[in-house]
Unconditional design. Sequence first.
Length: 166
Amino acid sequence: MEKKLVKRLAFAGILIAVGVVCSPFSIPVGLSKCFPVQHMVNVLAAVFLGPWYGFGMAFVTSLIRVLLGTGSFLAFPGSMCGALLCGLVYQYTKNEWLTYLGEIFGTSVIGGLLAYPVATLLMNKTAALFGYVLPFFVSTVGGTIFAAVIILLLKRTKVLQKIQLH
């Protein structure tokens, strides 16, 4: 296998492991709980690996969490939409701030709206169409802030350019 591909897969595996292992970590925010690690991983995947790795990693992380009982089917639409959108934004703009907004919009608005059919059809729950937008927003903002701090520190130390894999 190509050396660069091996590095990408290894880094993706590490980020997936971080997403799974840290999934129980939450921060209470008002009536909601913020689960920031998946969103931090989405942004880091966008910057280091690209949109399709981020999308695939979000799917694998959500699948493992569901199988382990630490996540629900609602993890799929939020994490995957956020990962794909922020990855595409970064790929085409290389602008970190737009990437952060892509994660927030992709997770909270697109993922929040797609959570409605998942909740009502797959999970047999009563939900409002916009019922998941605000909780997803709270969660993604926390994780995006963590990722922004990590990326800022990596840029300041000039490490970011050395470890980008796409």
